[in-house]
Ligand binder design. Structure first.
Ligand code: SF4
Ligand code: SF4
Ligand code: SF4
Length: 581
């Protein structure tokens, strides 16, 4: 395909043949506003925010789907175009619950921002009948409030096309159209996997996570409670975005400082239990290889993936590693080993996690996740909730000094931190498995073949004379493709890493929301993942089995990976579900 030259606002612009007007305009540094458009996911030209004038066209055209052709002349901001966009916004607002003062998205709502930019005021030309809608709170992890929905269908597209699930869609027609599940079921009654990718792409406050800020603040204020917090690897790679730092800033030190100022009794790190996961998972993998266990073994760190496997591939649950996720392993160790060591009654411990993930809210309530007879984790909060909590408490995040995590459950290695990026768990496991099998020290710790944001990655490594075939998938649509290949016999592997969210946890459903305009132009997954790989490189210890605190936990408590005690505390089981829940 060659290039095509067109005129945009009187200026010559050359763009590849096949480009849309929107893409060509970006090459000329002109931003055409969009609402429904998400590159390669939702290209439906429905919201009509991106309308432009084209010479010879009788009506305004939608730039996100209109292809360019040689000699075309386009105007992106004539009075007619601006008036049309303003009218579109006013029509959307006429059926919108305008709660900007208290709305969770106020400040980063794409609708609000466009209204501001296009001069939409409080004088509404189209105030009329508003569609009544019930708030759906049936899911464990999220809330749908259709009174703030603008029918952009981004959530529908991401659930169906990216995650391959499709439990939401448009119901009814015309003015009565609303987004929801089939047969008016609440989301909690469907086989939704709680990934939160729909929340991540929603431009407004129509979708949000269930919020536990008040409960956690009440626990902190209770003198009888010992409140400990853990933070997942990828939270440090994105939290800064909520405080004005450029995407790709590591705020680990400030995050630890903020959590301490909030009043948590201990500020720990999920990276520690990521290392512990590797100890157990690498042992389980070697055990399956040496003793004829079920292969390929598939990682179990991602609760969205686990729920997906249970619903959509129940015949493959035997392939899942029995290891609890790092979040749950952390909670289990906190309320068993740590509680015993410190002489604290586990019932008095409140275990809080800060996660990039909404599926973690579902995971904490799963059966078989209470090693000490009480839940391993009491509250799973998202990165967004943490940011809101920091702001609510008046902590001046940007001015905080860097602080360290508390010991011993705060000590971690480079292997633990890369868990947040797709391929990271595989790389961390390989670092330990290769050294364990070969008995030699690895010279090169980077397994570049499993790095990067490609949806499916494959590699083969010679480990102590054995060819180990591995695969990595992120995003459940990619997981589905991979699993179908295995089932049909088209592919076979020994070890597979699957993460529910595209790109892994750095792009989890609980991470700071990024506007469509940024998503369409920046590789968010790659920028955030870079933070974790840099963090890994800077660590003195980069292999899980060399973490001194991990060695100590085994010496003092578990004895060895895969021991009876380790199984009681650190492993779990799965259920077979159906597509209809
Ligand atoms: S969704 Fe946006 S426009 Fe609507 S109330 Fe919330 S902040 Fe305001
Ligand atoms: S949480 Fe995930 S599975 Fe559930 S509706 Fe949203 S995108 Fe679909
Ligand atoms: S819930 Fe959000 S993403 Fe889904 S259609 Fe409504 S506004 Fe769009």
């Amino acid at each position: 395909m060659g290039d095509i030259t067109i005129k945009i606002n009187g200026i010559n612009v050359t763009a590849p043949d096949g480009s849309t007007i929107l893409e060509a305009a970006r090459l000329a540094h002109i931003e055409i506003p969009t609402l429904c458009y998400l590159k390669e996911i939702n290209e439906i030209g429905a919201c009509r925010m991106c309308v432009v004038e084209v010479k010879g066209a009788r009506t305004l055209v939608t730039a996100c789907v209109y292809p360019i052709n040689e000699g075309m002349e386009v105007w992106t901001s004539t009075p007619k175009v601006l008036e049309s966009r303003k009218q579109t916004l006013e029509l959307l607002l006429s059926n919108h619950k305008k709660e900007c003062l208290s709305c969770v998205r106020s400040g980063n709502c794409e609708l609000q921002q466009l209204c501001r930019e296009l001069g939409v005021t409080d004088e509404h030309r189209y105030d009329g009948e508003m569609l009544e809608s019930e708030i759906d709170t049936s899911a464990v992890h999220m809330i749908r409030d259709n009174s703030k929905c603008i029918l952009c269908r981004r959530c529908v597209a991401v659930c169906e096309k990216v995650q391959g699930i499709g439990v939401i869609g448009a119901n009814e027609r015309g003015f009565k159209t609303y987004i929801g599940s089939a047969f008016n079921m609440g989301l909690g009654e469907t086989s939704c996997v709680s990934c939160g990718q729909c929340i991540a792409v929603c431009p407004t406050g129509a979708l949000r996570e269930k919020d536990y800020i008040d409960d956690v603040l009440a626990a902190i204020a209770d003198p009888d409670k010992y409140v400990c917090v853990q933070t997942a690897p990828s939270v440090r790679a994105a939290l800064g975005e909520e405080f004005g730092y450029p995407m790709g800033t590591d705020v680990e030190g400030k995050m630890a400082a903020a959590l301490r100022r909030m009043g948590f009794d201990k500020v720990f790190d999920t990276d520690f239990s990521a290392d512990l996961t590797i100890m157990e998972e690498a042992h389980e993998f070697l055990d399956r290889v040496q003793n004829g266990g079920v292969l390929p073994m598939i990682t179990s760190c991602s609760p969205g993936w686990i729920k997906y496997c249970e619903h959509y591939f129940p015949d493959m649950t035997e392939h899942l590693s029995t290891c609890k996720s790092p979040q749950q392993m952390f909670g289990a160790v906190l309320k068993t080993y740590y509680a015993e060591k410190m002489g604290i009654d586990p019932k008095k411990i409140v275990s809080v996690s800060i996660m990039p993930c909404t599926a973690k809210k579902f995971e904490i309530g799963r059966p078989d996740q209470s090693a000490a007879g009480v839940p391993d984790v009491d509250y799973a909060m998202t990165t967004r909730e943490l940011a809101r909590m920091i702001k609510r408490l008046g902590i001046r995040f940007n001015e905080l000094p860097d602080e360290e995590f508390d010991d011993p459950l705060g000590e971690s290695t480079g292997a633990g931190v890369i868990f947040g990026a797709t391929g990271g768990v595989m790389e961390a496991a390989l670092r330990t498995a290769v050294e364990t099998l070969s008995g030699e020290s690895l010279q090169n710790l980077e397994f570049n073949e499993v790095r990067g944001t490609k949806g499916i990655k494959e590699a083969s490594y010679n480990v102590a004379g054995m060819d180990v075939k591995v695969a990595v998938a992120s995003g459940l649509g990619n997981a589905k493709t991979l699993l179908e290949k295995i089932k049909s016999g088209e592919a076979d592997y020994h070890f597979i890493e699957i993460m529910g969210c595209p790109g892994g946890c750095v792009n989890g459903g609980g991470q700071p929301q990024v506007s469509g305009m940024v998503r369409n132009t920046v590789d968010v997954q790659a920028v955030r993942a870079k933070v974790l790989y840099k963090n890994d490189e800077a660590k003195v210890i980069r292999k899980s089995h060399e973490n001194p605190s991990i060695k100590k936990v085994y010496e003092e408590y578990f004895k060895e990976p895969g021991s009876h005690k380790a199984h009681e505390v650190l492993h779990t089981s799965y259920v077979k579900r159906s597509i209809n829940n």
